[in-house]
Design a protein around this ligand. Structure first.
Ligand SMILES: Cc1cc2nc3c(=O)[nH]c(=O)nc-3n(C[C@H](O)[C@H](O)[C@H](O)COP(=O)(O)OP(=O)(O)OC[C@H]3O[C@@H](n4cnc5c(N)ncnc54)[C@H](O)[C@@H]3O)c2cc1C
Length: 398
């Protein structure tokens, strides 16, 4: 079972490739050095319909499903983009889905939602205020779950939101937040009971709200074009109307959206591996040592064969699991396995790719150098490899 390549999907791939060639490749190195991608890139991607892929047209999206989003991610990286670029440009993929899932009426997605969408007032309002402008490329959103005290244990969140009339008063801090520096709003996980109780809610907090400060831009090993920030909340008054779904349904909402986030990271991993196989194969054909091309040596050919095999196997498995998720199957364990399989394939391939490029592989000028650095986060973000193993062990009944 793999993602069926329909004529529409082939068109989507071509559109994505043209976007990367025209709008990304000439500038990516500059964005890497600047530490962020420009806002105009969001507007351009939105105009082409790429930003809205996977979101229904009723909320301002372009339609399509999880599988279409996966193909766009894959194509961006295979065309010479990067996982850092995907993180920066598609942060809304983690910042918006909770709002869409709980929106009543017009979106038609909230019916029977355990998050209590259609019963809560104001959710279409969130779609109008945040989802539509973000998918139109005029706003940038972020998702803030992780705190300085820890990220793996989501239930232990300590940022609190105390109800005071029509507002919540939020206190706490978040860290490692992707696009947090540029974001106009942050979908923020808060504890609506005592700290560490696991009773979580999601609040949309606007940049500029008194008491909400964005700290320094964090410097990282990779994902240089993706800005990452620390956020602080001191007595921040957030209207109750900015709560997503019912109170204390945040944990469930976060867990439900982890599947798409993890599959996106898995896609970034196998696509990075595929790209590195292509780059390295080309390099090994062109580069001669001791009088003949590297690719003429059996040792090198076998290494490339193994890299290719791992990348293709990871892709096939991620596609298979994604297809099951899109069909509504509860495959939490398989999603965790898909992420770990793809990350392991990627780790192996980027390491070998850099090695086979020799000294050039260690230079900023080499594309494989960027992938080598970028890849390291894929086994950490969206749930670490160890946390995935915990999920898999649970699925095994251990
Ligand atoms: C570049 C970047 C972008 C990010 N973007 C976002 C974002 O947009 N929003 C957001 O909310 N977060 C974001 N994160 C945070 C990321 O999700 C967390 O770093 C990740 O979940 C791990 O949490 P932690 O760093 O607190 O590690 P910890 O939870 O402190 O874990 C430390 C180590 O211990 C291991 N470990 C923890 N518990 C166990 C256990 N029970 N058994 C075995 N091993 C265990 C972990 O696997 C890890 O290796 C980002 C991080 C980075 C670096």
């Amino acid at each position: 079972m793999t993602i069926v390549d329909t004529p529409e999907r082939r068109q989507l791939r071509e559109l994505t490739r043209a976007f990367v060639t025209r709008e990304v490749l000439p500038h990516l190195d500059g964005w890497e050095r600047a530490g962020e991608v420009p806002r105009e890139l969001h507007a351009t991607a939105a105009k082409l319909g790429l930003l809205g892929i996977g979101f229904p047209e009723s909320v301002g999206g372009s339609g399509g499903d999880l599988l279409d989003s996966i193909l766009v991610t894959e194509e961006i990286i295979r065309s010479g983009g990067s996982s850092g670029l995907v993180a920066a440009l598609f942060t809304h993929g983690i910042a918006l889905p909770h709002m869409v899932a709980t929106a009543g009426g017009r979106t038609g997605r909230a019916l029977g939602s355990p998050l209590g969408g259609s019963q809560s007032p104001g959710h279409d309002d969130l779609v109008d205020r945040y989802v539509r402008p973000t998918l139109a490329g005029t706003m940038i959103g972020a998702l803030a779950i992780t705190e300085p005290d820890g990220g793996s244990d989501v239930a232990a969140i300590r940022t609190t939101a105390r109800r005071d009339g029509d507002h919540y008063v939020v206190n706490g801090s978040k860290t490692y937040i992707t696009s947090g520096f540029r974001a106009d709003f942050v979908t923020t996980a808060v504890c609506t009971d005592f700290p560490g109780s696991g009773e979580l809610s999601l609040l949309v907090i606007d940049k500029g709200t008194p008491g909400f400060t964005v700290g320094r831009r964090l410097e990282k090993l990779g994902w240089h074009c993706s800005d990452t920030a620390e956020l602080s909340f001191v007595d921040v008054r957030v209207p109750v109307a900015n709560r997503i779904g019912q109170e204390n349904t945040g944990f469930l909402a976060i867990m439900q959206n982890f599947a798409a986030e993890r599959l996106s990271l898995a896609t970034q991993a196998y696509a990075t591996a595929q790209r590195c196989v292509e780059l390295t194969t080309r390099w090994c054909r062109d580069r001669s040592t001791f009088g003949r091309p590297l690719a003429s040596r059996q040792l090198i050919r076998h290494r490339l064969a193994e890299m290719h095999t791992r990348a293709e196997a990871a892709r096939a498995y991620v596609h298979q699991v994604a297809t099951r998720v899109a069909a509504g199957e509860p495959v939490v364990t398989e999603v965790a396995m898909a992420k770990n399989v793809a990350v392991a394939a990627c780790d192996h391939v980027v390491d070998q790719a850099l090695q086979l490029h020799g000294g050039f592989g260690y230079l900023r000028d080499a594309e494989v150098e960027r992938h080598y650095r970028d890849a390291r986060i894929l086994g950490i973000g969206g749930g670490t490899t160890e946390i995935m193993n915990e999920i898999i062990a649970k699925g095994m009944g251990l």
